[in-house]
Design a protein around this ligand. Structure first.
Ligand code: CP
Ligand code: NVA
Length: 309
């Protein structure tokens, strides 16, 4: 069986916890784990731009003793000159795993269906599960555990980060609150799935429109861009409806005294988050960015160990 990581809930709560444990160990002993020695190669493919994901996978695969092949798909036949199914089949003959950042989830699902090696979602229009692992690792570092902590995500509640907070946060036993304006609310199917997961982990899920309602007493406040990649010309007003959701000192004043602030980055300073908050004492965003590296090293190690060719 091949284990893919396309959505946050592709890891059970116990598996997610084990990956985070391993990530912490790998962070503490950064060059002491070489499961890709050989070297085994990993393809890291981008249909969209990236800084953190590109570098953290490239560096992480090398640190695991492997050979990273980081490629922008525009210079390949991927998904254009040949089908995604054929590309998945062919790449599986060369590499130990395929990491893909792309648009629709149907695209990564098609690759995973035909690949014979693990496929990892490095961001799609609907999910960003590798980011969530880094975020959860950061929460663990700051609070000791994720279970029972309250996470409030405010802003574009219809985007990939909102959906991953729902699924990944519920899997981690967190109390997940999502606040976004009318018209920018999460997919009800994802909310329902998160509620079901939360029922088994002791977490909870609440979707609201009032940002203060979401942030009140929260341990973690998270936000993301109001305009995700690919939405630049979607014709929607992506500023005015979001103004009350800006993470600033006033909004943060409603959170717990020791709140931490997360942002997957890149940040649009002065839009979804102010300089004061991003650079302030509650911000954990640069630990969060670093943790992409450790979390993804652990994830790749787990998926390769758990898969039988
Ligand atoms: N957070 C994140 O995925 O950043 P990049 O788009 O730079 O990879
Ligand atoms: N929601 C953002 C995340 C970027 C890392 C996007 O999809 O562009």
């Amino acid at each position: 069986m091949i284990r893919h990581f396309l959505r946050d809930d592709d890891l059970t709560p116990a598996e997610q916890s084990a990956v985070l444990d391993l990530a912490a160990r790998m962070k503490a002993d950064r060059f002491g784990h070489q499961p890709l020695a050989g070297p085994r190669s990993v393809a890291v493919l981008f249909d969209k731009q990236s800084l953190r994901t590109r570098f953290s996978f490239d560096v992480g695969i090398a640190e695991l003793g492997g050979h990273p092949l980081v490629v922008d798909t525009q210079v390949t036949h991927f998904g254009r000159g040949e089908t995604l199914a054929d590309a998945g089949r062919v790449l599986s003959r060369y590499v130990a795993a395929i990491v893909l950042r792309t648009h629709g989830d149907d695209r990564i699902a098609e690759v995973a269906t035909h690949a014979t090696v693990p496929v990892v979602n490095a961001l799609t229009d609907t999910y960003h599960p590798c980011q969530l692992l880094a975020d959860l690792l950061t929460v663990r570092e700051r609070f000791g555990a994720t279970a029972g902590r309250t996470l409030a995500y405010v802003g574009d509640a219809a985007n990939n980060m909102a959906h991953s907070y729902l699924l990944g946060g519920a899997t981690a036993g967190m109390r997940v609150r999502i606040a976004g304006p009318v018209g920018f609310q999460p997919d009800p199917e994802v909310v329902a799935r998160a509620e079901k997961i939360a029922a088994g982990t002791g977490g909870s899920v609440r979707v609201v429109t009032d940002p203060v309602d979401a942030v009140r007493g929260a341990d973690v406040v998270a936000t993301d861009t109001w305009t995700s990649m690919g939405q630049e010309a979607d014709g929607l007003d992506r500023t005015t409806p979001f103004l009350p959701y800006q993470v600033n000192d006033a909004l943060l004043g409603h959170a717990a005294a020791d709140v931490i602030v997360l942002h997957c980055l890149p940040a649009h300073r002065g839009e979804e988050i102010t300089d004061e908050v991003l650079d302030g004492p509650h911000s954990a965003v640069f630990d969060q960015a670093e943790n992409r590296l450790h979390a993804q090293k652990a994830l790749l190690t787990f998926l390769l160990e758990a898969s039988t060719p």
